[in-house]
Each structure stands twice: as C-alpha cells, then as structure tokens.
Design a protein around this ligand. Sequence first.
Ligand SMILES: Cc1cc2nc3c(=O)[nH]c(=O)nc-3n(C[C@H](O)[C@H](O)[C@H](O)COP(=O)(O)OP(=O)(O)OC[C@H]3O[C@@H](n4cnc5c(N)ncnc54)[C@H](O)[C@@H]3O)c2cc1C
Length: 454
Amino acid sequence: MSKRVIIIGGNAAGLSAASQIKRQDASWDVTVVEKSDEISYASCGIPYFIQGEVTSSDQLFALTTNDLKEKRGIDLKLNHEVRKVLPRENSLVLSSQDKEYKESYDYLVVASGVSPNLHNIDITSRRENSNIFTIKSIKDGINIKNSIEKYDISRVGIIGGGYIALEMVEVFSLLGYNTTLIHRRNQFSKAFEPEVSEHMKDVLKKNNVTLELETKIASVIEKNDNITVRKSDETSLNFDILIVAIGVTPSTKFLKNSGIEYGIKGSIRVNEYLQTNISNIYAAGDVAEAKNIVTKQPTFSPLALKANKEGSITGTNIVKNNVETFPGVLNSSIMKLFDTGVARTGITESEAKSKGYHVKKIRIESNTKPKYYPDSSKVTLFINFDEHNGKLLGGQIIGPLNEVKRIDVLSGMIQSEKTIQDLYHLDLAYAPPFSPVYDPIVLAGRVGKKYVRN
Ligand SMILES: Cc1cc2nc3c(=O)[nH]c(=O)nc-3n(C[C@H](O)[C@H](O)[C@H](O)COP(=O)(O)OP(=O)(O)OC[C@H]3O[C@@H](n4cnc5c(N)ncnc54)[C@H](O)[C@@H]3O)c2cc1C
C-alpha cells in the first residue's frame, strides 16, 4: 500500500532518500521540505566557485526543481521550515511566510544537515551587508564573491583549523589577498596527525599565508568597512573580510521535546538501518550519528559520501522494511592545499591511544616514481596499527596532489579489518610513470610488519 513520506532537508541525504523511495515504488507520496530556496547544491564546490575555478554558481546545482517534480514525481516545499515534530500524532509543524500549519506522515526522514558554529565568537556588531561570513549555502558563496568584487579588499582573515578553513585560506591566497589563518590551537584539526599539521603549516608559510596560532579571540567588531579581531592578549588584527569556519553543529533545534534520541555532538542516534528510536522516523546524512568502523563507537562525520549513501539506504529501508544496513565510516577525507594533497582515514595515533590500543605509528617517506623517471617527488605516509597483531587503525598521506588518493587503498584495507602485514602482500599495479615498484603503500607494509609482536 502506498504511504506518505515527508523528508526534512533538500540536499544530498534528503534528495537521495526521496529519489530512492520513488525508484523502489513510484506510487508512494514523497514530499521534501526545505527551509531555503536552494536544493541539490554542492557545498563542496563553493570554495572553487569563490576562487573562479567554477565559473558560475549554476554549475553547483545537480538537480533542478523540475527534475524532481516532473521527472521523479517528488513534491517539493521550498522556503518551508519544519518547526516541530509531533511523533505521537505522526505530524509536523511547518512554517512558511509567517504562517504555521501541520502536515501528516506515515514515515519521516530527518536530513536537516548541519549549521556552521559561531561558538562564543561574538559577532553581534555585524552590520548590514556584513563582510563576516560563514560558509554553508551557495548564497554564502555568492555573497562572499560579491563582497570581493564590490569592496576594496586586501586583508582576509579566516578563523578555524579544519578542512573548510584551510581550503578557504588557499582560495584567498591564490586570489592574491593578504591571508591570515587564525586558530586557537598550535595544531590544526585533531583529525590530522601533528606531523601532518606541521607539514601543512610549512605549505601555508611557503605560500605567504600568515599564521596566528594558539590565538584566543576575545571579540570581533565590525565598524564601517573594518573588522577588528581582538585577541585575549589584548592585541588585535584588522581585516576587510572575515570567514568563520570553526566547525558545525547538527541542525536539530526543531526536534526539541519530540522524544527523538540524540547522539554524539547533538546528532541524531540511529541504528544500523538508520532508524531513530521512533520506528517510523529515520535520519540520514550529516545530522545522523554514525559508527566508527575501527572503534565501533559513535562518531560525528559530516561528509558528502556518507550523506548520499545514507539517504539512499534510508529510502530502501522505508519502502522494503529494513533490508539494508549502513556499516559506518572511517572519516576518510582528502584536501587540496596549494600544490599539496592531504588525505586521512581511520583513527589518529592519539585517538587510538585514548581508546586503549597498543598503537604503533610509522612514518614512511617514499619516492612517487622510480628515481630514474622524470618528475619523481616525495610523498609521506603515517600508518597506525596495533602492534600486538598488526591490525590497521588509520593513516594519513601528505604530498603532491595526485599522489595522496592512495589513501583509498588504505581505507579499503582498514574496512576489511586487514593488517600492516597485509599491506605488504597487496598485489598493486606497477609501471614507472605511476609508482616505484614498491608502491608507498606496499613499502609501508614492508617497514611496518617488522614491528608486529605476534
Ligand atoms: C564549504 C564546504 C565544503 C565541503 N567540502 C566537502 C568535501 O570536499 N568533501 C566532503 O565529503 N564533504 C564536504 N562538505 C560537506 C558536505 O557538503 C556535506 O556532508 C553534505 O552536504 C551533507 O548533506 P546533507 O543532505 O546531510 O546536509 P545539508 O547539505 O546540510 O542539507 C540539509 C538541508 O536541510 C535544510 N534544513 C535544515 N533544517 C531544516 C528545517 N527545520 N526545515 C526544512 N529544511 C531544513 C537545510 O537548509 C539544508 O538545505 C563540504 C561542506 C561545505 C559547507
């Protein structure tokens, strides 16, 4: 019998769920509720739109409202915000143009994503047409680009130590602005090994980025066309544009008092079918908690592949009654920093220690091609494994852009619960234009296996 599904959120997870439900059974009534007027947008492309590599913001939209409505038969409510979920009566409260009303559902999917943090950065002085930005939507990207074009900009400040802050540093620096990265710790995000952070600092310095590390911010004041960041040591920095990229928080305010259980960092707790503690309510994407495949413990992983896959699995499970499980994540990610690539997967050495593993971290510096072949350079790998049995726990690669996607081999091996010894036994492809005969991954296995005790 066909049912009615309401999906909160019109991006990666929500639209994957909606499309999958329709693919499974076109007779189901599927409505996507989206509070903004943007759907199906590639947030990941925003930095490259600001940089000009992507020439038009239109290129960042994958599906149009027409694609969804006419081709896929999905009903869309744009500029509609979900205010409340009432599981007891299988309904929710929506608001649009200052009017509130209720809609009923048989199944609900929460795919409301995340919102940028401001934490205790007080930006109340933000003026109209402010030049202080967070980055989430395509509109944010357009506003930043407009500001660059409209104002006489030379000094750009970026607050944060994660991949979005670092990508934005690269973008503004390549555009020729005096770019300063402000971060509260000496190392960048804890997701990176300290040695990788150090290497990234060198890359940034080489590209004339000013680093203000171990910097606590007391206040941010925007006055006329100047933004002053006052530090807690009472000195200050002045900028024309300030980007705040200090992490994200799951968008779940509207679930208050709904009885839906929360998980790590305020995300929504789900089981392996992506079902919440209320059986006809599912959650998918950034807003949903995930299991870390290595530690088997809850993790918060706001990344695009997880969001797309979870949406699709949710759609299948709703129509077919829980037939597909989501195995979890390794928080694998990859980033471009000027001519350097940085990639990571699994857990860091310090995380492994905190979880009680007898972790051994090895560092491998390898040629990327045989020495005799042109354009060979160096790539550095850090691999964490359990020294008792060699079980792989995590790894990071930093080096030339096209060399770090090797991280995927490591991700596959970790997900298959393989060991450092297994890396040595991998039968990888070899020819001089691509790698040395011992690919850095195999080399890591050769070096690492000596440290395994049993
Ligand atoms: C600048 C930037 C760069 C990124 N780069 C990468 C990258 O390189 N690699 C990577 O893996 N990931 C990257 N990401 C993360 C990636 O974009 C997200 O993982 C992905 O968009 C998550 O999709 P989602 O559908 O779960 O959530 P979202 O994309 O956040 O979509 C949720 C939607 O729900 C809507 N919504 C929220 N609350 C309500 C409500 N109450 N009522 C109605 N609608 C609501 C929101 O408006 C939003 O449109 C990047 C993100 C940003 C911001």
